[in-house]
Design a binder for this molecule. Sequence first.
Ligand code: ATP
Ligand code: MG
Length: 139
Amino acid sequence: MATNRTFTMIKPDAVGNGHIGGILAMIADAGFRIVSLKLTQLTVADAQAFYAVHSARPFYGELVEFMSRGPIVAAILEKDNAVEDFRTLIGATNPADAAEGTIRKKYATSIGENAVHGSDSDENAAIEGAFHFAGREQF
Ligand code: ATP
Ligand code: MG
């Protein structure tokens, strides 16, 4: 059964380009409630572990370097059908394919530097959220 939470990161490109406020506004306007929120930074080891599923891909080293190079915003979000609806809100991985009105259409600059992460399943949303936030930080 689908749960009602997902996990997101505003990636180092979007934080560095000053888009935290714009992206959080799009998230709020789409009806997501913020359960947890923080500015933090992934270590290289964190980024390697987070994207371990892609470790055999040619872009893995670049991805790990990118995701650990500066601060990110981590957040747990709540809404009915959260995982799927948030993937719709962020748009396709490659901003060239992202639909109008999506976060990646507006803020992503390339397939690698694509502004936001969204969990791909309820199971991963729970794992990713628990990595960043203790129970007392989830409201
Ligand atoms: P995310 O998991 O960050 O939400 P996604 O689920 O849309 O993104 P994945 O296939 O899980 O896409 O890829 C993870 C990340 O790896 C992408 O968001 C992007 O930053 C990077 N990436 C994926 N494909 C490529 C590629 N062909 N070249 C460079 N980077 C890529
Ligand atoms: Mg993914």
